[in-house]
Design a protein around this ligand. Structure first.
Ligand code: M6R
Length: 610
């Protein structure tokens, strides 16, 4: 969602802030702005739409290039339309303070009324503007103290960066529920809402904890916890290659990330497989066999694509480990007062590690006494830190809003967990070895699936004009069908529904005709014969069939010539090659339709609001 960059140092602040904002574009936004601590006070620049519009505005209203301190923001509208007036930064009434904010201030209406009664005049419809005025209201000559007093008035979530013309060379940041990360550089300091905006300057970063406030001056960082005590937060080295957040010759990040999957899967499994013992080594779990064997129930929780990975994972836990497992939509888990039985493990799955509902589910599960672990991609993210134990995907930065490589790595990690948990129960060494060897083949399975790219592109050309799609599957192919439909609608804006193949005839089949293609996920795994029968039902209604089937399966050719072949593999990992085929299909259809693939309208990479 929104993005924050703050800088103080010796370099021209605008030249750090604007490229930093570009690095955060993938999060989704609809306006952008920057405020510099200039020689004549705060120098404010804002524009609706893309960052390019902000840059164009510099031609008529040049930024103060001598300024060495400033903040910038990309806004994804929540309170008030995406226009210049509502774009961040927002200024205090006296114009001395500028603030950028991610998150939602839930009591902004009350605060606004109180500030208005004290003579403050609001210029925007945002919830953020109250923060700028509150800092002015509490001003005591110290930006850090004044921000501290201001945030004590706020309910809701925030990641904030503020500057003041009365305290040049200082950026103050604060967080509660919305991440802030600081770049630990030598003679300068950078703050941002995620590592992507920092990594080209330093790979040594400090993650603020909830309730922390930090004061950055060139080369020094002072952090106070909610009790106002000075604290030291650990510095973490992020092993992201800055080149990975560039497109590297691909037309879109989504395509690049699809093609990175052999490598990302390799990284996700590296050092974690022990074929001779038929098991996996997942040190981040911090659980030995005697602790694993005591887990009698697994609840997975997540949103969106991560939810579908979790659904496949739940099947694997039951099938391979013999442990009852189910997935809960994270927003439901947080509010429906779920029963957490003794010896329940909650696994929170989140690429970003910042999804508000998943984070709330983690907190609720901890309150209820569950053993909580996370499966995240973003190192140091809030979910990863709050869960305390977990497994990183090591998929590398995922920039495209549509999740691709994170999904396949999530399924791979869940597959490894299932084998590990199974080995402390009913899974034999020999069976474990078979499964571990199958997991080891994932990079190669991904590589072979990607060889279908041209075939998928031709199929995409045939169906790019359709306005409705169905995706069907059963067993492990049910989550795959759901994920395929989600991917298509996200990037192509085509209406697509994922359905259990058997459920189709209980209603949705009424919608099928020659204009509604059905993507059948039907690799040769148990249950595929039944799905073949369902394909026949669709065909009988005139629906064109696109089949994702195992290489060499000739049966499918009697139903359709639109076949995307995936390599043969056991069912518990079959969602991985099938998802890669679906990602290619969604990508090519969206590309043919000319959609803005990496940043689809209305979507944000990380959903940090409920
Ligand atoms: O970062 P998370 O995995 O927690 O994100 C969850 C969803 O918001 C995310 O998967 C979303 O559905 C993606 N846009 C899917 O491509």
């Amino acid at each position: 969602m929104c993005g924050i960059v703050g800088y103080t140092g010796k370099r021209k602040a605008i030249e750090i802030i604007v490229p930093g904002l570009h690095k955060l574009e993938y999060r989704g936004y609809d306006s952008a702005g920057a405020a510099l601590v200039g020689t004549n006070g705060i120098d404010l620049h804002r524009a609706a739409g893309k960052i390019e519009n902000l840059e164009k505005s510099f031609l008529t209203s040049p930024p103060d290039r001598n300024a060495t301190t400033g903040i910038g923001h990309t806004r994804w509208a929540t309170h008030g339309a995406p226009c210049v007036r509502n774009a961040h930064p927002h200024l205090s009434q006296n114009g001395h303070i500028a603030v950028v904010h991610n998150g939602i201030i839930e009591n902004h209406v009350q605060l606004r009324a109180r500030l208005e009664s004290r003579g403050y005049v609001f210029k925007s419809d945002t919830d953020t503007e109250v923060i700028a005025h509150l800092i002015q209201e509490f001003w005591n000559g110290s930006l850090m103290d004044s921000v501290s007093e201001a945030v004590s008035m706020l309910s809701g979530t925030y990641g904030i960066a503020a500057v003041s013309s009365d305290e040049p060379d200082t950026v103050v940041t604060a967080r509660k529920g919305s991440p802030i990360v600081l770049g630990d550089c030598k003679d300068e300091c950078i703050a941002a809402s995620d590592v992507s905006a920092i990594i080209s300057h330093t790979n040594r970063v400090i993650f603020l904890d909830d309730g922390d406030i930090a004061r950055l001056t060139p080369g020094s960082i002072e952090i106070r916890n909610p009790e106002k005590t000075m604290v030291t937060r650990p510095s973490t080295v992020v092993d992201w290659d800055p080149g990975k957040i560039e497109k590297g010759g691909y037309e879109h990040f989504m395509l690049k990330e699809i093609f990175e999957q052999p490598e990302s899967l390799e990284n996700a499994i590296r050092g974690r497989l022990i074929p001779e013992d038929g098991t996996a080594k997942l040190s981040g779990l911090q659980l030995g066999p005697s602790e694993i064997v005591r887990i009698t129930n697994i609840v997975l929780t997540a949103c969106g694509t991560s939810y579908y990975a979790g659904l496949a994972g739940a099947y694997a836990f039951e099938q391979i480990s013999g442990i009852p497992a189910h997935i809960e939509q994270a927003a439901e888990f947080r509010y429906r007062n779920p029963i957490v039985a003794p010896d329940t493990m909650l696994a929170a799955i989140s690429q970003s590690g910042e999804t508000a509902d998943t984070l709330a589910a983690v907190r609720e599960a901890k309150r209820k006494g569950a053993l909580v672990m996370s499966i995240c991609n973003t190192v140091g993210s809030t979910i990863a830190r709050e869960a305390g134990r977990g497994i990183y995907l090591h998929a590398g930065p995922e920039i495209s809003v549509a999740s691709t490589k994170a999904f396949t790595c999530q399924v791979a990690v869940l597959a490894m967990m299932s084998v590990l948990f199974g080995r402390s129960r009913r899974l034999s060494n020999a069976d474990g070895t078979f499964l571990i060897n199958a997991i080891a083949s994932l990079p190669e399975l991904a590589r072979r699936t990607l060889e279908q790219n041209d075939a998928v592109k031709s199929i995409a050309e045939r169906f790019a004009e359709a306005s409705d799609f169905f995706y069907i599957g059963r067993g492990y192919m049910f989550p795959a069908a759901m994920e395929g439909a989600l991917k298509l609608k996200e990037v192509s804006y085509i209406h697509a529904e994922g359905y259990h193949a058997a459920e189709l005839k209980h209603g949705p089949i009424a919608l099928l005709d020659k204009n509604v293609p059905v993507v059948a996920c039907v690799p040769s795994i148990p249950g595929c014969g039944k799905t073949m029968a369902n394909i026949q039902e669709c065909k009988a209604r005139g629906a064109p069939i696109i089949a994702i089937a195992t290489h060499g399966d000739e049966r499918i050719r009697s139903f359709t010539e639109n076949v995307i072949e995936v390599p043969e593999c056991p069912d518990f990992i079959s969602a991985i090659p099938v998802a890669i085929a679906e990602q290619l299909l969604a990508y090519h259809i969206a590309n043919i339709r000319g959609e803005p693939i990496d940043q689809p309208r209305n979507l944000a990479k990380s959903v940090t609001v409920e």
